[in-house]
Design a protein around this ligand. Structure first.
Ligand code: F6R
Length: 608
């Protein structure tokens, strides 16, 4: 996910584009840049880091500079690490075209090869620079026609903003990636999200898939996906700036919970071909090497990412056919472990910057272990220092409480384990096919769950005045209980503990008293009867039990049953956690807490 902004009109495009980018920083923030016309030439200013860096650079190099036309970009790296050269806009070799892009050009490698044969050279690792050079190659003197031709050549998803040297025209076009147009008395605006232009106008056109808009001579023309002129309705919107940033959601956390179907699809489908083969980009050399040499596998992470590792342990053990050891990074790095060149260390980290996790990685590398990291942030320290990186493609996660990063981490571990399991022949083809087929159905199942959140709101009301509560589970459900308890405590501040249900009678049951709220996660058939017994034990001591389950058996002994969609049991953790994310969210809301920024916490823990 990246953000783009463009402007053409009577005002200063530089100010408008920069202001727009600041509002789009939530879509990506590893680098940013701007291009504008300067006496016919295209000037580009771009740099790695937050938009403040770009503002500083501009204020040094272009203080009080005016241009009536410009495009800008804030980046969330997908192709190539965050760096000055990989930042957008990208100029064509002859400097005639500048492009900002949100999306992924799937045939960029093929196009790049063709362009290289024609003598084009590339400064960056991005798919976007291929597009600017493609425009140069296709240039027939007619800006609009050249862009039409480019649009027909590229495959994948895109929202483009394009400038041409000596041409006071702006062209923008979209396929799959979002792009809105704003109209005001003083000019025209394009942006990935309304929030970027709300300050200037509330008259908006939503471009449809495949549309292209051409701004020229104080006017604009829209073309549909077949390059035919079309009219698109101009809508007046009343959104507040605050609402718009969050796509209409009240909080980033809720937005991110609702983004999970899309994020999971992104993580999974781009690696899966129509024959269900997994192509795990970034892991090629690891998978091609002798996997049999590994006789140990550690999974190391912190917090939510650690819980993802716990869920993954089971399938990783199947894949390797030996025990897999889980550890939290802050402990692992000081432990006397048995790391050597026959060890695979799997690091999981949303931010890729967590200090303890990074230190564990370095320690393992020092001892010769092979490091594979699963992270969401391209070019992060953990990504850079690992031998192999697998990206989760969840998009920026802004809320402190991790949601979409967690479920995409789970999907990533399943994919990696399935691939390794097939290579080592420890997972059968039929088992592989069954898991893949069911993974593909997960996004729709989550979507279904998100349609009706009423039950979670009513549970939250009951939790609101409680000072403590518990999550119980067995097997995989125990790990989901751990993640659920973390989610609830960190944003609702209700003291929440998780227990393996079988451990209750060894101590924790002493905590149960009249009215104690106990959530029980029960999705594993072979453990179900045992869990029912645990429910009876706590109920007998006065607990109020909420059961999160896929089984609609009538012999329910709980007080409230939360029925969730069914899938194969090994994948249930991806679905059951959605229920506890929603419980945590609505409980925090009911208590009037700052949901996205809970007290004492930070999104990225870069201190030890
Ligand atoms: C909880 C949460 C944290 C993080 C932990 C690791 O919702 O977000 O527990 O999971 O701080 O962070 P990363 O994954 O960035 O290494």
């Amino acid at each position: 996910m990246c953000g783009i902004v463009g402007y053409i009109g009577n005002d200063n495009a530089i100010d408008i584009v920069i202001n727009g980018l600041e509002n789009l920083e939530y879509r990506g923030y590893d680098s940013s840049g701007i291009a504008f016309l300067d006496e016919g030439n295209i000037d580009v200013v771009k740099c790695v880091g937050r938009i403040n860096n770009l503002k500083e650079k501009l204020s040094k190099e272009y203080k009080n500079f005016f241009s009536n036309i410009g495009i800008g970009h804030t980046r969330w790296a997908t192709h190539g690490v965050p760096s000055d050269v990989n930042s957008h806009p990208h100029l064509s070799m002859n400097g005639k075209f500048a492009v900002v892009h949100n999306g992924i050009i799937e045939n960029y490698l093929k196009l790049k090869e063709e362009l290289e044969k024609l003598g084009f050279t590339f400064k960056s690792e991005t798919d976007t620079e291929v597009v600017s050079n493609l425009l140069e190659k296709l240039d027939d003197g007619d800006f609009l026609n050249t862009v039409f031709k480019m649009k027909k050549t590229v495959e994948g998803s895109f929202a483009f903003g394009i400038l041409k040297k000596d041409t006071n025209e702006l062209i923008a076009t979209r396929k799959e990636s979002p792009l809105v147009v704003g109209i005001s008395d003083s000019g025209f605006y394009v942006a990935s999200d309304i929030i970027a232009i709300l300050k200037y106008t509330r008259d908006i056109i939503y471009l449809e898939n495949g549309d292209l808009i051409h701004f020229k001579d104080n006017s604009y023309t829209i073309y549909d996906k077949n390059d035919k002129i079309v009219n698109r309705e101009l809508k007046h919107i009343n959104w507040s700036v605050e609402t718009a940033t969050k796509d209409g959601f009240d909080h980033f956390m809720l937005k991110e919970i609702f983004e999970q179907p899309k994020a999971i699809k992104e993580t999974l489908l781009r690696r899966l071909d129509e024959d269900n083969n997994l192509n795990l980009d970034g892991l090629e050399d690891l998978l091609d090497s002798d996997l049999k040499r590994f006789n140990k596998c550690y999974v190391v992470a912190c917090g939510t990412a650690f819980h993802a590792g716990l869920v993954g342990k089971n399938i990783l053990e199947k894949a390797f056919n030996f025990p897999v050891i889980l550890d939290i990074a802050s402990e692992f790095r000081y432990a006397d472990n048995f790391l050597d060149e026959n060890t695979l260390l799997i690091i999981i980290s949303q931010s890729g910057e967590t200090a303890d996790t990074l230190a564990a990685l370095r320690e393992a590398k020092r001892k010769g272990a092979k490091v594979l990291s699963i992270t969401n942030v391209v070019g992060s320290s953990i990504a850079r220092e690992s031998d192999n990186v697998f990206y989760t493609f969840a998009g920026p996660e802004i809320a402190v409480a991790s949601t979409k990063a967690y479920t995409t981490q789970l999907v990533s571990i399943y994919m990696i384990a399935l691939k390794i399991g097939r290579i080592l022949n420890n997972i059968s083809k039929s088992e592989y096919d069954e898991i893949i087929e069911n993974l593909k159905l997960i996004p729709d199942k989550i979507q279904l769950m998100l349609k009706d959140t009423q039950i979670y709101k009513s549970i939250a009301k009951k939790l609101k005045d409680k000072s403590n509560c518990f999550y119980l589970g067995r097997g995989l459900d125990y790990y989901t209980a751990m993640e659920s308890a973390l989610k609830l405590k960190e944003i609702s501040y209700v003291y929440t503990e998780s227990f393996a249900a079988g451990e209750l009678k060894h101590g924790p049951i002493a905590l149960i008293e009249d009215g104690t709220i106990v959530f029980v996660i029960a999705t594993q058939r072979k453990l179900y009867e045992k869990v029912i017994s645990n429910i009876k034990e706590v109920k007998a001591r006065g607990a109020k039990v909420f059961e999160i389950t896929q089984f609609d058996d009538s012999n329910c002994v709980c007080d409230v049953k939360i029925l969730i969609p069914k899938t194969i049991e090994i994948l249930m953790p991806i679905i059951s956690v959605i229920a506890s994310q929603l419980i945590a969210y609505y409980a925090s809301l009911a208590k009037g807490n700052d949901v996205d920024k809970p007290r004492n916490l930070a999104k990225s823990v870069t201190v030890e």
